[in-house]
Ligand binder design. Structure first.
Ligand SMILES: [Zn+2]
Length: 114
């Protein structure tokens, strides 16, 4: 899934990690000849890539970011009390994740990129 670079961090070894707008991080190393990203070596180069898109395989696998925190919880609902908006196509804000806990029965849920 394509996600935008919104910032950078360094790991313990000094390698650059792009922070993506989904909340995941992705190494953006410059290790020629196999990985060629000379832009990551300079502040101007990194700044120039803000907003650029990278494929986020962790989003493709529906993995939650490590530092996720809860900010809201819906009341429990069932098939008769589910909010109508959840039955239609909808999405969460960028960087926001949803967790569905099925307490009994089963749920048919389809997720995909828009
Ligand atoms: Zn992601």
């Amino acid at each position: 899934m394509k996600r935008q670079i919104c910032g950078y961090d360094k790991d313990d070894r000094g390698d650059w990690i792009a922070r993506l707008d989904c909340g995941h991080g992705q190494h953006v190393r410059h290790k020629p000849p196999f990985t060629n990203r000379p832009w990551v070596e300079t502040a101007d180069g990194r700044a120039g890539k803000l907003g650029a898109e990278l494929d986020c395989v962790r989003c493709d696998r529906f993995e939650f970011p490590e530092d996720l925190t809860s900010y809201r919880r819906t009341p429990d609902f069932d098939e008769t009390s589910i909010p109508a908006g959840l039955l239609k196509d909808h999405s969460t804000k960028t960087g926001t994740w949803g967790l569905i806990r099925v307490q009994s029965g089963e749920l048919q849920y389809t997720a995909g990129e828009q």
